[in-house]
Design a protein around this ligand. Sequence first.
Ligand SMILES: [Ca+2]
Length: 336
Amino acid sequence: MPHPNEFGNLTNWFSADEYHGKRLKMSAWVKSEVTRGNAQLWLRVDGEWKSAVDAGVFDNMDDRPIQGHTDWTQYSLVVDVPAESTDIVFGVMLIGSGQIWLDNVSFAAVSKDVPLTGMYSGESVKRAKANNLDFDELAQGSDEKTVVPTASPKSTAQNAIHEWYLEPKGEFEIKLDETQKHSGSRSAYIKSIVSKPTQFGQISQAFVPNKYLGTRLKLSAWAKSKLTSGTAHLWIRVDGEWNDNAYKPGCFDNMDDRPIKAETDWTQYSLVVDVPETSNHVLIGCFLDGAGEFWVDDFSLQIVGKECPLTGCYAVLKGCGKKEPANMNFEQNQDK
Ligand SMILES: [Ca+2]
């Protein structure tokens, strides 16, 4: 979610009673004219459990957002509905700019043979910590350094950097780079392969923040850039029961107020967020929103004291640091 200050969400809900103990598939048709960012359907089963992630009852297409211009396409989200569920909440969100149309939302119980969807359904997000933060660990039996995920199927791309999700979107090459590194043998590398990318090249991973609940958390990472246009960003987002509002002030930073530009040598950046007791999972990552090359290495997470200030323009209030409400008479032009 690169620029959530431009964010729209449509939400609805109904009782989970009819689907207790069943696997539920939501299907919906979406047409998009997204000029920047992502459109994502989402589906969440609410109940008494501590973490939506543990229960495998949440999908928001974080791993497969709708981008650019697409004709009417049917998308499906599959979750489990535990017997103790109370409500099923769903919607569509546009994080960015453009237009989306939604139609024919339907729900059906499906057999357990139908796989759960999304990056919050599998083992990966049941992890209690982030992994391979220095990019020096390779998956067993793999030869990842030879994998070039450009324009390859998503499944291959996702395996290209151990423990990380990759979103090359056909406009970026994302891989490990042994020629540039801050530590060990390699770094993660994002390079645009078109002159004017319309999307983002991103790597991310999620984990369950059990040991961080109630704390203030600092994400640090080292990055190096050779950008010819645009910006590069590290980001961290803490998700919880406020998911249908996409982010909670103080729980999200993407360096929108201090992006990495042009050429920089290895520099350490830090992002500080709060992890409320009701958090479900934490996502960390980085993205290139522009053209050029970007390297990242040595992510680390550290609990800090409350005297350590929150970072970023989403720390306090939606609207990226605005101190006053704006455009109350609707006369201001959207173009800056
Ligand atoms: Ca490294």
